[in-house]
Design a protein around this ligand. Structure first.
Ligand SMILES: *Cc1c(COP(=O)(O)O)cnc(C)c1O
Length: 393
């Protein structure tokens, strides 16, 4: 497999991609092909035994009674809201600093996404500022475990509980993460996982999973994911068609066996960045941190670059063939499609600042030490060069 075809623009060093899924899949190639071949031979492309097996494996890992496979993480969020009966006139509290699907799930059901403020250190919903967004119409809160780190769930749950509001975890980026030793996906009433190829457990296409401890909600999620049909051709509610292909389940089961090793390596890479860049961290560069209460699974390693230098650093990395990405450049409350919503009830200053300053660096498990050195060197050089210029000015 040729993963080094891109040459860096400056010099002849190979590029350091932001993510290279080939490096994780390559060593498993034969195992993956065997798993896919078995599905082809069985002819059971939907509802095959691998789907049920993956569901029970995810249930076990997340410490949940139920896991229900579906077509994507976006559908998992939608199905969780459908199971709770969220609809027109309802409000759903979500962060604005997240992937679009967190908010669009509420919108698609006719509910209103209400954007709440984040904690600038974790980029996760700030429990201290949740109350100001709650109204009698609030029907759900969807905290997102962004970049692989759990939200301060105890505080969120406490406030939600005071008002009797259900919490749905958006755990799309955080499979394997824990908060006070409890796995993400097991703390809310329901949770959504994604197997999109860039997530820590990524398939060969789309896939998702809903987890819950409640028997009645699990049943409703299954019903809504299958056109509300039970028994066959009798429709009790209007649902959607959302299934996980057996081929995806088979691939994910092979990869799941390696998830702990990969997650540990992401942690090693994060610690190494912290070491390499510790002496650079100042008012202009902020490194990500993991709360002592959390096991962070580092789906992204996201630094903050202040003084309006973020985009220039990104260009410099690009010139040296180093991949980076801005998750997310436009907060959801500023998206065109949400312009018809009434303006946010609370100021979203931290959200807006984050979108101007964040930059995610390569952190995938197979990243080499040499590659990490190059990323750190590039940042070091950039900060040195810009510091001199600032002082000279
Ligand atoms: C990826 C992601 C989703 C959506 O998952 P898909 O499988 O791509 O539909 C939802 N929320 C967050 C925070 C995500 O990162």
């Amino acid at each position: 497999m040729n993963t080094r075809r891109d040459l860096a623009v400056e010099g002849s060093l190979p590029s350091v991609p932001l993510l290279d899924v080939g490096r994780g899949n390559g060593p498993l190639r034969q195992e993956l092909l065997d798993a896919i071949a078995a599905v082809i031979d069985s002819g059971r492309f939907l509802h095959g035994p691998d789907v049920a097996a993956l569901e029970s494996e995810i249930a076990t890992r997340t410490g949940c009674r139920h896991a229900i496979a579906c077509a994507s993480g976006s559908d998992a969020l939608l199905l969780a809201l459908m199971a709770l009966g969220v609809g027109p006139g309802d409000e759903v509290i979500v962060p604005s600093f997240t992937f679009f699907a967190t908010a669009s799930a509420a919108w698609r059901l006719g509910a209103r996404p209400v954007f709440a403020e984040i904690d600038p250190r974790s980029y996760n919903l700030d429990p201290e500022r949740l109350r100001e967004s709650i109204t009698p119409r609030t029907k759900a809160i969807i905290p997102v475990h962004l970049f692989g780190q759990s939200v301060e769930m105890n505080d969120i749950l406490e406030r939600a509980c005071e008002h009797g509001i259900p919490v749905i975890e958006d755990a799309a980026q955080a499979i394997g993460a824990t908060h006070q030793d409890r796995p993400v996906g097991s703390m809310g009433l329901l949770a959504a996982f994604s197997f999109y190829p860039t997530k820590n457990l990524g398939g060969f296409g789309d896939g998702g999973m809903v987890t819950t401890n409640r028997d009645d909600l699990a049943e409703r999620v299954r019903l809504f994911a299958a056109h509300g049909m039970n028994p066959r051709y009798y429709h009790r509610v209007v649902g959607i068609n959302s299934r996980l292909d057996t081929i995806q389940a088979a691939v994910l089961r092979v990869k799941l066996r390696h998830l702990d090793t990969w997650t540990a390596q992401r942690g090693v890479n994060a610690d190494r960045y912290a070491e390499l860049l510790a002496d650079q961290a100042d008012s202009r560069l902020v490194l990500p941190t993991a709360s002592a209460r959390n096991r962070h699974v580092w789906n992204q390693y996201t630094i903050r670059v202040r003084d309006g230098l973020r985009d220039r650093l990104r260009e410099q990395l690009q010139r040296q063939g180093i991949g980076s990405e801005i998750y997310y450049p436009v907060p959801l409350h500023q998206q065109d499609c949400f312009k018809t919503l009434e303006p946010s009830r609370v100021p979203l200053r931290e959200t807006e600042a984050a979108s101007q300053e964040v930059l995610s660096l390569p952190i995938y498990p197979e990243l080499t030490r040499g590659e990490q050195d190059r990323v750190a060197d590039c940042i070091r050089q950039f900060l040195a060069a810009t510091a001199t210029k600032t002082r000279a000015a």
